[in-house]
Design a protein around this ligand. Structure first.
Ligand code: NAD
Length: 494
C-alpha cells in the first residue's frame, strides 16, 4: 500500500471464526491495546495473538479510514463505506481477542490496571470497571485542539469522527434550507451561506475543497437561490496554508483556491467564537493589529491535535514524562520513557514524527513484529529450560549430545530473534485533495523528491487512497459511492 499501511483485503485470512479460535490462557501475559485507530489496528492486524491474552478497549468498535472523512461531510461518500468493524478482522485471528467497547478513563501505572467506562444506551447508565494488564499499548490518539479559545466547543464543528462529519452534513443543508426560507433578511442570508473553516492544515484545506465541489457540482444546481451568496472562507494564522508541503505546492493550492473562489485569509488568528460570528485578529497594510467580526453559518474548526486527559494523567504518574508536552515520550522501540511494559503509538506518542495515520500505521506494524519476536523468545526460553533439564538427566551420551545440539540451535535462533533494530519511519509522501478534481502530492520515493499538483495527481490521489482502504469491502463501497455521486449527484437530504 502506498502509505506503508499494509492494509489489504481478506484474501490473506483463512476463514477462521470465533468457535475455531484458541481460548485465552491464564499462563500467558495480558496485552491490553487501547484504541482502534491507525496505530492500534495496524498492530492488531499483524500480531500473533496466540502469544498473549489480547484485550482491546476502545469507545469505537470500528476502524475509520480518516483520509476520506472530508468526503463524508458532503455526502460524496457514505460514512459506513469507510468504517470497518473491529469484530470483522478480530474474528480471523488465530487466538481469540477480547474486545470491550468502552472508554479508558484512567491508567493506573503503579497498580497495572485500566479503569474503563462503558456508556450503555440500552441500560441508560454508565458502568465503570477495571482491566488489569501486564503489557499495555496506548493508541488512543488525540482530541481537537481549541487552545482555550472561548466558544469553540459550543459553536463549531470538528472533523475527526463519523458523527462530526454527519453533523457538518446536516449543518450545511440546514444553512441552505434556512437561507432560502421565506422573508430572511439579506444580511442573514449572507451569514447563513458563509462557510468558515479555521485551520489551513490538510484537514481544513481538504474540507474547504470538498465543500466548494459540493456547491459547484450539486448545491447551486439544485438550490439556485443560494448561488450568489454561498461562500467558503479558509482562515489560517500562519502566512500560508499547508505548511508541511513545498512552496511550489502551497502556491499551487492557493492559486487553485482562488480559481475555485475559496477565500483564503492567512495571517488571521481567530480569538473568539460566538454563535453567529468569529472574531479574528490580523495585521493591516500599515502593520496595525485589527480585529474583525466574521459572520458565519457553518464553522468548521480544524486547528490540529491536543492531548487527551487519559494521556495527560498517565504522563503525570511517570516522572520521566515530566518534560514532555505534546504526548507520551517514547524511546526508539516505542516504549514509553520511564516504563518497561507500556508502549505508545500514533498521535498520543511523541517519537519525533508528524501526527499522521501513515506514522501511526508503521508504528503499529513495528510493535506487532516486536511482540511477535518477544513471543518467540519466550517460547525458545521455555524450551531451553526444558532441554537443560533433559541434558542433566539424560541416561546416555547420545541423548545428552542430542539435547546439546538442539540447545545450540535454539540459542542461535534466539540471537537472531533478538536482533531486531529500532523503529524507523519510512516517509512515503504527503497527499491532499484541494477541490475541483485536483490534488497535491509531495512524494519522496518516486523521483527523488517529486512535488506535483493537478488533475493527474488527483487520479494518483484517488488510486492511492483506494489502495490504502482497509478492506476490499471498503474499496468497493467507496467506488460505488463515487459512481453514484457522479451519476445522480450527491444526496442533499438531511
Ligand atoms: P494542523 O496542525 O496540520 O493544522 C492546523 C492549522 O491551524 C495550523 O496551520 C495552525 O496555524 C492553524 N491555527 C491554529 N490556531 C488557529 C487560530 N486560532 N486561528 C487560525 N488558524 C489557527 O491540523 P490538521 O490539518 O488537523 O492535521 C493534523 C495532523 O494530521 C497533521 O500532522 C497533518 O499532517 C495530518 N493530516 C494529514 C492529512 C493528509 O496528509 N492528507 C490529512 C489530514 C490530517
Amino acid at each position: 500500500a502506498i502509505a506503508g499501511t499494509g492494509f489489504v483485503g481478506y484474501g490473506i485470512y483463512s476463514n477462521r471464526n470465533p468457535p475455531e479460535q484458541i481460548d485465552p490462557d491464564p499462563n500467558k501475559k495480558t496485552l491490553v491495546v487501547l484504541g482502534t485507530g491507525w496505530g492500534s489496528v495496524s498492530l492488531l492486524k499483524k500480531l500473533d495473538t496466540e502469544n498473549y491474552n489480547v484485550v482491546v478497549i476502545s469507545p469505537r468498535n470500528y476502524f475509520l479510514f480518516t483520509p476520506l472523512l472530508p468526503s463524508c461531510t458532503t455526502g460524496l461518500i457514505e460514512h459506513r463505506s469507510i468504517m470497518e468493524p473491529v469484530r470483522n478482522f478480530l474474528r480471523h485471528k488465530k487466538a481469540a481477542v477480547k474486545f470491550y467497547e468502552a472508554e479508558a478513563t484512567k491508567i493506573d501505572y503503579e497498580r497495572r490496571v485500566i479503569y474503563v467506562n462503558d456508556e450503555s444506551e440500552i441500560k441508560g447508565e454508565s458502568h465503570t470497571t477495571e482491566v488489569p494488564f501486564d503489557m499495555l499499548v496506548v493508541g488512543v490518539g488525540a482530541e481537537n485542539a481549541t487552545f482555550g479559545i472561548p466558544g469553540v466547543r459550543e459553536h463549531s464543528c470538528f472533523l475527526k469522527e463519523v458523527n462530526d462529519a454527519q453533523r457538518i452534513r446536516q449543518r450545511i443543508m440546514d444553512c441552505c434550507e434556512t437561507a432560502t426560507f421565506k422573508d430572511q433578511s439579506p444580511d442573514e442570508v449572507k451569514r447563513l451561506l458563509h462557510m468558515v473553516v479555521v485551520g489551513g492544515g490538510p484537514t481544513g484545506v481538504e474540507f474547504a475543497g470538498e465543500l466548494q465541489d459540493f456547491f459547484e457540482n450539486d448545491l447551486k444546481k439544485w438550490i439556485p437561490d443560494i448561488k450568489d451568496n454561498f461562500k467558503v472562507t479558509l482562515v489560517e494564522a500562519l502566512p500560508s496554508v499547508l505548511p508541511m508541503f513545498s512552496k511550489q505546492l502551497i502556491d499551487y493550492t492557493e492559486k487553485t483556491f482562488k480559481e475555485e473562489t475559496i477565500e483564503v485569509r492567512t495571517k488571521t488568528m481567530v480569538k473568539n467564537v460566538t454563535d453567529k460570528y468569529i472574531e479574528a485578529e490580523f495585521t493591516d497594510a500599515n502593520g496595525q493589529k485589527q480585529t474583525e467580526k466574521i459572520p458565519y453559518g457553518l464553522l468548521v474548526w480544524a486547528t490540529g491535535n491536543a492531548l487527551r486527559p487519559v494521556v495527560k494523567d498517565l504522563m503525570a504518574q511517570i516522572p520521566a514524562q515530566k518534560d514532555s508536552r505534546r504526548g507520551l515520550a517514547v524511546n526508539e522501540y516505542l516504549v514509553v520513557k520511564g516504563t518497561e511494559n507500556v508502549w505508545a503509538v500514533g498521535d498520543c506518542a511523541v517519537a519525533g514524527y508528524a501526527p499522521t495515520g501513515q506514522v501511526a500505521a508503521q508504528e503499529g506494524a513495528f510493535l506487532a513484529r516486536l511482540f511477535n519476536q518477544m513471543g518467540k523468545t519466550e517460547s525458545i526460553d521455555l524450551e531451553l529450560k526444558n532441554l537443560s533439564a533433559v541434558q542433566e538427566t539424560a541416561p546416555n551420551k547420545e541423548k545428552r549430545d542430542e539435547a546439546f545440539a538442539r540447545i545450540k540451535d535454539l540459542q542461535r535462533r534466539r540471537r537472531r530473534v533478538n536482533s531486531m533494530g529500532p523503529f524507523e519511519y519510512s516517509h512515503q509522501g504527503s497527499l491532499a485533495y484541494i477541490g475541483s478534481e485536483k490534488a497535491v502530492a509531495d512524494i519522496s520515493w518516486l523521483t527523488g523528491n517529486l512535488a506535483s499538483g493537478g488533475t493527474l495527481t488527483y487520479f494518483f490521489w484517488l488510486s492511492a487512497y483506494l489502495s490504502m482502504c482497509f478492506s476490499t469491502r471498503n474499496r468497493i463501497l467507496v467506488i460505488m459511492d463515487w459512481t453514484k455521486a457522479k451519476v445522480f449527484g450527491r444526496d442533499v437530504s438531511r
